[in-house]
Design a protein around this ligand. Structure first.
Ligand code: GLA
Ligand code: ZN
Length: 679
């Protein structure tokens, strides 16, 4: 961790938008009072403050920010200072319309909302550089400054002429010649070969959407262009404040609770010093159980932590509800502590909120916040925030600790994008991210720590690597997997693996030879089911449902562990294992329900000795994760259910929040979290 937080405390606080309240001095004074009372210590300032900082072009006002920075410092708080590029003042859009985005249908957007600037616009870049430099010069040495928060939730794309030009140059650099581009994009299909670079334009509902190689390159370009803009934003900041870490807040695709799809965070993570993300699950929704939701949050936490192999930050969350879910339900008592501790258990060094005080007007006036319109501290939400703050103080020594895992699940953005595009199979059931989460679920249920990493990661430290549905896989990644298994690793793959290369071109002459070697099988075809179609397989004398997809394999050296029972492929192998080098490679040919994954991974976990060493008898709704505190493990035991639960563990412990001793049988009330250390 080269440039990490220089602050001993876990960060508790959040987005503070005093620029909305400059005409309310009583409120600003009250904020400071309430901050003390809430056990908060860190605030993000200036995220959308451009019109307060530069109300007209070239006229800068920092006095208000000076005062807030000083006030926060005086009461021992740290500041995460934002650059304001997430939204811009009206004067800029009016005078320089080029800063506004052009959508895929080539419509120039009007001023409004936020996050709708062009990442290529030279004027936007110039304006951002000016204000960012001023912020760095003015506050670089300020004792409250802890970290930079660059822009806000980067996302989206722009299709203006600047962006088209940049896309074409990006392609030229990548392919060198039009011949190479046409080959990669399968140009002759529907006569889509290009004879001039200038004919190429970004995908559009009014134009091209069918060239999958192009769609994939556009998404890659958008990631690169966003990172390029980010690098532009930080260039003076890095020079002026080399020791202040830099982050930008990442997201998830929140309603589905899957990793954010619009940007390749594997690439982006390399450019931030600390990865932070904004997490807004729909707790208590009417379509899933609390533990279903919690395990998905765990998956994303594990992915974002693993991307940098260091602790991450929760930059935004809500102490109650949000304002943009279809139904904005508030967290039930206890769930705020539980959900905050879950992130810390998975490696977060913070719990920060959007936002400190509820806005009075505009679209977020009913979004959950620490301080409500009532301006009081004696309400439930404020008191639960306070409880989180004091709990964080008691366990602050976990800060900075990072726990390795022996199990990895592979997740890949290129693959997700290519699978999304792929026609064939069944549009509604492909569900790549969800499938990764279903495999993850076994390990979450059994409290086995997992890292979620990309196929490029160093796999040698894992005893088990699970790689569901790697439909797009490069030859290099295939070699990487081969090396891992050869050296003694244990690999699990599934149906829909190894079908296209990095250009989304199908591998010719059957399943790639190297994959055939690793798994000791060949794939003949993949059957796609209607939702009402089912098959069965028998594994360990138990029968399990097969649904959605079933690959038909020809066995080479692999041993069959299960066979299909029905249809024209009854009797053919459905699950196989192959000894390869010093390792073993398993192949799950059909999609199954969770009960099969439970039985299957149970065998692997006992065979490779991967069970949790603290938990003796767990419960699927009770998640146990651990971090280190002064070199000793700290266990977070979390009940993600509405009923009382009991689990058994190997050691007696002490509850760090109450200092009470806890025996080997642990009882948890609904939504209870205990933080324990072995005596
Ligand atoms: C995002 C933004 C915040 C706020 C919250 C509301 O995370 O970054 O500014 O709009 O959503 O949930
Ligand atoms: Zn543009």
């Amino acid at each position: 961790m080269t440039n990490y937080l220089k602050e001993p405390r876990l960060l508790h606080g959040g987005d503070y938008n005093p620029d909305q309240w400059l005409d309310y001095p009583d409120i600003l004074a009250k904020d400071l009072e309430l901050m003390k009372e809430s056990h908060t210590n860190t605030f993000s300032l200036g995220i959308f403050a451009w019109s307060a900082l530069e109300p007209t072009e070239g006229e800068f006002h920092f006095e208000w920010l000076d005062k807030i920075m000083d006030d926060l410092h005086q009461q021992g708080c740290r500041v995460i200072l934002a650059t304001p590029s997430g939204a811009r003042p009206a004067w800029m859009s009016q005078k320089y319309p080029e800063v506004l985005r052009t959508n895929a249908a080539r419509q120039k957007m009007l001023h409004g909302g936020r996050h709708n600037h062009c990442f290529s616009s030279p004027i936007y870049r110039e304006k951002v550089a000016i204000i960012n430099k001023k912020l760095a010069e003015r506050y670089g040495e300020h004792p409250a400054l802890l970290m930079w928060h660059i822009s806000n939730e980067y996302g989206g794309d722009c299709h203006c002429e600047y962006c088209q030009e940049n896309f074409r140059s990006w392609l030229q650099k990548k392919y060198g010649s039009l011949k190479a581009l046409n080959d990669a994009w399968w140009g002759p299909f529907w006569s889509h070969a290009f004879s001039e670079w200038s004919q190429i334009a970004s995908p559009s509902p009014l134009g091209e959407t069918a060239v999958h190689g192009m769609n994939l390159d556009w998404r890659r370009f958008v990631t690169d262009q966003t990172i390029d803009f980010f690098e532009h934003e930080i260039s003076d900041i890095r020079k002026l404040t080399p020791d202040i870490p830099i982050t930008t807040n990442f997201m998830a695709d929140t309603m589905d609770l899957i990793p954010f799809q619009a940007l390749d965070y594997e690439k982006f993570a390399k450019h931030v010093d600390i990865l932070s993300w904004d997490c807004y699950p729909a707790w208590h929704n009417d379509w899933e159980l609390t533990d279903d939701l919690a395990s998905k949050v765990g998956f994303i936490d594990d992915l974002y932590r693993s991307l940098k192999q260091q602790p991450f930050l929760i930059m935004e969350s809500t102490p109650s509800g949000v304002n943009w879910h279809p139904v904005n339900k508030t967290k039930r008592p206890g769930v705020h502590l539980l959900s905050s501790m879950q992130h810390i258990a998975h490696g977060s060094d913070s719990n920060l909120y959007f936002q400190w005080r509820k806005s009075r007007g505009s679209s977020e006036k009913f979004h959950g916040a620490v301080v409500d319109h009532d301006n009081r501290s004696d309400n439930r939400v404020f008191q639960e925030v306070r409880e989180v703050g004091s709990a964080m103080e008691k366990i602050q020594a976990v800060k900075g600790s990072y726990k390795d895992a022996k199990v990895a699940i592979l997740y890949d953005w290129d693959n997700s994008w290519a699978l999304d595009d792929a026609q064939g199979f069944a549009q509604r059931t492909k569900r790549y991210s969800q499938t990764c989460q279903e495999h993850y679920r076994y390990f979450w249920n059994h409290d086995i720590p997992v890292e979620v990493v990309t196929p490029n990661a160093n796999l040698s430290k894992y005893d088990l690597v699970v790689a569901p549905m790697l439909y797009l896989i490069t030859e290099k990644s295939i070699q990487h997997l081969s090396d891992y298994v050869q050296a003694g690793g244990h690999l699990v793959s599934t149906y829909m693996t190894g079908i296209v290369n990095e250009n989304d071109l199908v591998y010719l002459n059957g399943w790639p030879d190297k994959l055939q070697e690793i798994f000791g099988i060949e794939i003949e075809e993949t059957d796609t089911y209607y939702p009402s179609d089912k098959n069965t397989l028998v594994f360990d004398n138990r029968s399990f449902t097969v649904k959605d997809y079933a690959s038909l394999i020809k066995r080479g050296n692999a041993r069959a562990l299960a066979y299909y029972q029905e249809d024209f492929y009854a009797g053919r192998a459905a699950i196989t294992v192959n000894h390869y080098g010093k390792g073993e490679a398993y192949f799950i040919a059909p999609r199954t329900d969770a009960d099969f994954l439970e039985a299957f991974y149970q065998e692997l976990v006992s065979k490779y000795d991967l069970s949790n060493s603290f938990v003796l008898v767990g419960d699927p709704s009770v998640s146990v994760q651990s971090r280190d505190r002064n070199g000793r493990p700290t266990f977070f035991v979390m009940n993600f259910s509405e009923t009382t639960k009991t689990i058994q563990v190997r050691n007696e412990t002490v509850d760090l929040l109450t200092e009470k001793p806890i025996g080997k049988e642990i009882h948890l009330s609904p939504y209870e979290v205990l933080i324990l250390e072995v005596k």
